[in-house]
Structures are given as structure tokens and as C-alpha cells.
Design a protein around this ligand. Structure first.
Ligand code: NAP
Length: 291
């Protein structure tokens, strides 16, 4: 019998909702958004991350790509997990999905309605606050936005809600003050913070799942260490597969936004490899090996 102790399911239940354990991210794809979103689903990704922030994402292109892939693969909307975000005007360009003079409750409602239209959906699986209004604390705008998101979750329009680009104290405040606790935290994940260890511990303690992005691009120095190359040699796998497998094995949902079909396949194949406990410990502490 093979050792299946670290066999990782592609789908798990979180607060009663079926969620994929690996997400395809759609930022910075511009004219390729539709084709790449479709290719990712055709490759086997079951979850898509986007944002109603035209500056970095083409959410309408994502919607077209989803429709194309559903038709090609003969899938239903319910077979896919769709996640998008509410983004403050300060992080947008002139192409806003809401009236900027409206109150935040209205902005969230307008942005959400526009996302449903873009994605040709009647509900979203996950709705994320893209960034708190400032890097310290949570202000009145954040609370108004969060209350509006709680309303969307309670109505069933968004099955789960979450937050992105958030610090430890801010997340503590949100957990303490929210009626609907965030289901997800999506952060840029650095080896030098022990892969956001503090926030991940807070997630574990509060039934929140951590989604990590920039795993490859934010950690190129650490991932080029000889210890990582040794694992690559042992398993005959790529460095990208090691970091995605590491994320999966420690209970994190990794995001990849690769623009390459072969990298899509390669990234999903990280389900097939397995790191030892010692390798996991080493990667957890890789930024501190020489310190
Ligand atoms: N919440 C936020 O504020 C926020 C911010 C940033 C990103 N995100 C989300 O996270 C997603 C991923 O973004 P990211 O910052 O992690 O970067 P990314 O878009 O995934 O970029 C990864 C880079 O690594 C390269 N690469 C080389 N080998 C690869 C492999 N095997 N697999 C994947 N990439 C490989 C890619 O090149 P190739 O294209 O040639 O493979 C690409 O240049 C975004 O699309 C977005 O959905 C969210």
C-alpha cells in the first residue's frame, strides 16, 4: 500500500462550502485573460481568483474564459469555485466598478453586482476585501465595507467572505469585531516571515484558510538554495512544484498565475509529489538557515 498520509485532496469542505486547494490567479493577463482562464480550467484548476480592479485584472475576460471552459469541458457553474474582490478607489484607476461618491455600502453592492455580470454568475463562492484602507488598524470605511460583505454572505450571494493584504493586528481586530468571521486570508507569502507564520497560526485558531500568493516571485533567493535543489534532485521535480507542494502540505492554498500551459500542468502535478517532515521543517525555516 502506498503511504497516503500526505495525500492532498483537490477539493475540501470549509464551513460547509466545497473549495479547491489550489487556485489559478488571473492578474496581469490583459488580452490573454480569457484564453488563459479557459486553459487553466481545461488543465484541471477548479478555482479561479480575480478582482473587480481593471487596473490589474480583466474580470469580464475571466468570465468569458470561464464560460468557454465550462462549455468545452461540459461542466456546470457549480463545479467551479469563483473568487473575486472589492477594491477601494485608491487602488483602482479611472475604470471604477462603482460610483466613487457613493457610500461604501453602495460601492460594495455596485462592485459585487458588476462582478456577477462580468462572471455571468448568480452567486460567488468567495468575496474578498482586497486591502484594508490603510496598513495600520481598521477604520470606519473598512468596517462599513465588511458589514456590507457580511450582508452579501448572509443573503447567500457570496458563500464565503475573506480579506487580503492584511497584517496580524488588523486580522485580530477583524476577527474580534466581525459578525461573520473571514473564511480566507489571502496574503503575499515570504519565506523571511516563516511563510506568514503568525497570520497562519491566527487562521488555524479561527477556522480561516490562508491563501498564499507570490510564493515563487517573492522568494527567489531562498528557493535557489542548495537545500531546495537537493529536493528537486531527489524527487525529479521543479522548484515551483516544491514550493507549491510545501504550501499544500502545510494547509495553505497556493495561487499560481502562470501564463504557460506547461507550467499549469507542472503546478498541478505538485499534488503527486511528497515532502518529508524534515524537508517541510527545513523549508519553514529556510530564510534563517545561515542566521
Ligand atoms: N490579493 C492581492 O493583492 C494579490 C496580489 C498579487 C497576486 N494575487 C493573485 O495571485 C495570483 C498569482 O500571482 P503571483 O504574484 O503569485 O505571481 P504569478 O502571476 O503566479 O507569477 C509567477 C511568475 O513565475 C513564473 N514561473 C516560472 N515557472 C513557473 C511555474 N512552474 N509555475 C508558475 N509560475 C512560474 C511565471 O512565468 P510563466 O507565466 O512563464 O509561467 C511568472 O512570471 C495573481 O494572478 C492574483 O490572482 C493577489
Amino acid at each position: 500500500m502506498p503511504d497516503t498520509s500526505h495525500q492532498i485532496s483537490r477539493l475540501v469542505k470549509h464551513r460547509g462550502v466545497t473549495i479547491p486547494t489550489f487556485l489559478y490567479g488571473t492578474a496581469w493577463k490583459e488580452a490573454q485573460t480569457e484564453a488563459l482562464t479557459s486553459a487553466a480550467i481545461e488543465s484541471g484548476f477548479l478555482g479561479i481568483d480575480t478582482a473587480n480592479q481593471r487596473r490589474h485584472y480583466d474580470e469580464a475576460g475571466v468570465g468569458k474564459g470561464v464560460q468557454l471552459a465550462l462549455a468545452k469541458k461540459n461542466l456546470q457553474r457549480g463545479d467551479l469555485f469563483l473568487q473575486t474582490k472589492f477594491t477601494y478607489a485608491a487602488s483602482q484607476d479611472h475604470r471604477l466598478p462603482y460610483e466613487p461618491e457613493a457610500d461604501y455600502t453602495t460601492q460594495v453592492r455596485q462592485s459585487f453586482t458588476s462582478s456577477l455580470e462580468h462572471l455571468n454568475a448568480s452567486y460567488l463562492d468567495s468575496y474578498i476585501l482586497h486591502d484594508p484602507a490603510s496598513s495600520q488598524g481598521l477604520n470606519a470605511a473598512d468596517w462599513e465595507v465588511w458589514r456590507a460583505m457580511e450582508t452579501l454572505q448572509k443573503s447567500g450571494s457570496a458563500k464565503l467572505i475573506g480579506v487580503s493584504n492584511i497584517g496580524f493586528e488588523q486580522l485580530q481586530l477583524l476577527v474580534e469585531g466581525s459578525e461573520v468571521k473571514p473564511a480566507f486570508v489571502q496574503n503575499r507569502c515570504y519565506a523571511r516571515t516563516r511563510w506568514d507564520a503568525g497570520i497562519r497560526a491566527l487562521c488555524d485558531a479561527n477556522d480561516m484558510i490562508y491563501q498564499g500568493f507570490s510564493l515563487l516571485t517573492a522568494n527567489s533567493v531562498e528557493l535557489n538554495r542548495p537545500e531546495i535543489h537537493a529536493i528537486s534532485k531527489r524527487l525529479g521535480c521543479s522548484i515551483a512544484q516544491i514550493v507549491f507542494r510545501f504550501a499544500l502540505q502545510i494547509g495553505m492554498i497556493p495561487l499560481t498565475g502562470t501564463t504557460s500551459k506547461s507550467h499549469m500542468q507542472e503546478d498541478l502535478a505538485s499534488y503527486e509529489i511528497e515532502l518529508t517532515e524534515a524537508e517541510i521543517d527545513m523549508i519553514e525555516n529556510i530564510a534563517f538557515i545561515d542566521k
